[in-house]
Design a binder for this molecule. Structure first.
Ligand code: 5GP
Ligand code: MN
Length: 340
């Protein structure tokens, strides 16, 4: 439940904001960028001049979004971003629950003098903000932003531009209304966005039908040659080495969605993808049913996230990481067998 007193505080914060800044998590996805740009356009309508910051670059299939050219990427503009963080009187932290999720900006974020407002749908936020809108019952941060703007009494300010950003966040965080999308409110918001003229088909094409040939070939290769299936654990994984990424001219975002594919195998409801980077292995986990991938990621792979979608890191070699994962499957055999 969103509390009246929190909405009142937010109203005051927005009214008084001189230099608002919006920041997302590292490797921002459709929900992070959609939420940030929706909130950017909303603040513009409130007469503000907000700055939008992401820790690093994001995939090209999100570059069509209105306001994309306003986003300042820390990795490419360190000094500018640090100055903005120091100057900001309000910082909106969107779609993440812990400063660590900014991968490199955490100390600057924690020390920034501005008031911090968190708007997010991940569980168990750490105590770094002054005001929290932390609600796991929303499909996406984008949906929660709609709710917050509605509660602020500003639903009338949500136009097609804001709607396109919000729709992108909801669509991507639900896998096009496949998961995290069983609450009626999601469809209420979607119906409102469609009334504004948001073109859902075009957004789908922009996001999902915009891949490179290399990406499709990499997907085919992964499913054909790299997928390991463990029916006895109801689990499967895909692991990609640095060399393979190079061979397929890997670009950021190319492996987006790969982790979901093995879930469509009968009897498989826990999947992982391991991507070898220079100094670590980036991992994504997905599940169907009760198996809490976020707890698994947090306890064993330096990560976290949602019950059915999470991620983490390993600082061991890819081979050792996979060995550890397979051993863990055996440890979790009972839990996995009772997860559906
Ligand atoms: P993805 O697998 O698409 O990168 O992320 C899926 C979900 O897990 C997202 O909600 C994301 O916020 C969370 N997540 C991904 N990687 C990490 C991580 O390293 N740490 C934490 N705490 N959450 C992560
Ligand atoms: Mn999200």
């Amino acid at each position: 439940m969103i509390l009246n007193k929190d909405i009142k505080s937010l109203k005051t914060i927005i009214d008084q904001a001189q230099k608002p800044l919006i920041i997302t998590h590292y490797n921002p996805d459709g929900d992070a960028i959609g939420s940030a740009l929706a909130f950017y356009h909303y603040l513009i309508k409130k007469g503000k001049d907000p700055v939008v910051v992401t820790p690093n670059d994001y995939p090209e299939f999100l570059h069509w979004m209105p306001g994309n050219d306003k986003v300042i990427v820390y990795k490419r503009n360190c000094g500018t971003v640090l100055n903005h963080l120091k100057d900001a009187d309000v910082i909106f932290a969107l779609d993440f629950n812990d400063p660590d999720r900014t991968n490199g900006l955490e100390e600057y974020l924690k020390e920034a003098p501005g008031k911090k407002v968190l708007i997010d749908h991940h569980p168990e936020p750490s105590d770094f903000a002054d005001l929290f809108f932390s609600h796991t019952e929303y499909s996406s941060t984008a949906e929660l932003i709609y709710k917050v703007i509605e509660e602020l009494g500003d639903a009338n300010l949500i136009d097609k531009t804001i709607g396109e950003c919000l729709y992108t966040g909801i669509m991507t965080d639900t896998g096009s209304f496949n998961y995290n999308s069983s609450y009626p409110y999601t469809y209420y918001v979607v119906s409102k966005l469609l009334e504004l003229g948001v073109n859902k088909d075009r957004i789908y094409w922009n996001v999902y039908d915009n891949y490179s040939i290399d990406r499709m070939r990499l997907l085919g290769y992964c499913l054909n040659k790299k997928m390991e299936v463990f029916p006895e654990y109801h689990a499967a994984y895909i692991a990609i080495t640095k060399e393979e990424l190079k061979e397929f001219n890997f670009a950021p975002g190319d492996s987006e969605g790969f982790v979901n594919y093995p879930l469509s195998i009968k009897g498989i409801f826990f999947t992982a993808i391991f991507i070898e980077k220079d100094k670590h292995v980036k991992i994504s986990f997905r599940s169907k049913g009760k198996f809490p991938t976020n707890k698994f990621a947090e306890e064993h792979f330096n990560g976290g996230g949602h019950v059915n979608a999470s991620g983490g890191y390993s600082y061991e070699s890819l081979d050792n990481t996979l060995m550890k994962f397979k051993e863990l499957l055996e440890d979790f055999k009972e839990e996995l067998n009772n997860a559906m």
